[in-house]
Design a binder for this molecule. Sequence first.
Ligand SMILES: NC(=O)c1ccc[n+]([C@@H]2O[C@H](COP(=O)([O-])OP(=O)(O)OC[C@H]3O[C@@H](n4cnc5c(N)ncnc54)[C@H](O)[C@@H]3O)[C@@H](O)[C@H]2O)c1
Length: 327
Amino acid sequence: MARVPVAVVGAGNMGRHHVRNYAELTGADLRAVVDRNVERAEALAARYGARAFASVAELLERAPEVEAVSIATPTITHREVAEALLAAGRHVLVEKPIAATAADGDRLTRRGRERGLVLAVGHVERFNPAVRELKRRVDAGAMGSLLSLVARRVGVMPPQVADADVIVDLAVHDIDIFRYLLGADRPDAVYANAGRAVAEDRFDFADAFLRFDGVACLLQVNWVTPVKIRSLAVTGTAAYAEVEYVTQDLRWFPARPLESVDTFAELEAYSGREPERVELARREPLALELEEFLRAVRGEPAEVVSGEEATRSIEIAAALAEGAERR
Ligand SMILES: NC(=O)c1ccc[n+]([C@@H]2O[C@H](COP(=O)([O-])OP(=O)(O)OC[C@H]3O[C@@H](n4cnc5c(N)ncnc54)[C@H](O)[C@@H]3O)[C@@H](O)[C@H]2O)c1
């Protein structure tokens, strides 16, 4: 397999995981790490035998062999950084959200298409093995008709997120998963209640309702709850399923008729019913995401989240935020 020469722009919290994974993947040849904080780039590059640069311009000039680049800089900079790389003919994987606004997302998508380049977006939850298996079961009809999806993504505020509110930063993950599982494009109804509980300058909690073709999706995101929860519950006519994103667990409960119970022991047994065990091979979702990106770069069939799809998610997030702000 040809190894794709790659670089990572942004050596912070997320970028370091891109760097580590590229260094480990057989399909990638990690050449460079770029960060405007050049000491940060140098420290990370040195660990993995790559070169360090302080800007995209320097990367393009001094490492022209690089064909594909991950962007893990703050969301507000995605448009500018991705545009420079696409204009220079590099394939791009930009972290989620694609950009701070849907207009910028559209612009990047157009640029990628015009140049015939891969523009993939890091909606990493799609690559979680539990989500993949759930999607397979939904598509195979094992859940029957879907009735509702309930997602929670809560925890304390990460100090480095200074440029995005909780809807742009967190809700886009779940909006993307709703669209993916339902095979849907736009919701026909959205409503959000959001506010500023701890942060003064932007939404740090939101509770939202979205409806796609009659399927209700409930979403809770915040930077307030003192425990980290990343979960999804899906109710279908033939089964109920729960996903724990962090542990990659899929809990599966096939539909069953109501049983009449007489004793307390029977009642306890009925109520405390265990799910069917779903054995899944655990894998780091980011590694799977990057493998697909590299496949796309090599021109092979690949499952990447496109610019169009990612732009739709940010458009929906903006509609939720606008509605909440108006109210
Ligand atoms: N997929 C996920 O689950 C996930 C998780 C966390 C963050 N993210 C995304 O990753 C992105 C980065 O988040 P983070 O938490 O790693 O941020 P961070 O602040 O920890 O790191 C960003 C780095 O980019 C550098 N930088 C800023 N502007 C630059 C530029 N123009 N050129 C080169 N370097 C530049 C900064 O010096 C910093 O080191 C955000 O878009 C965020 O939404 C995604």
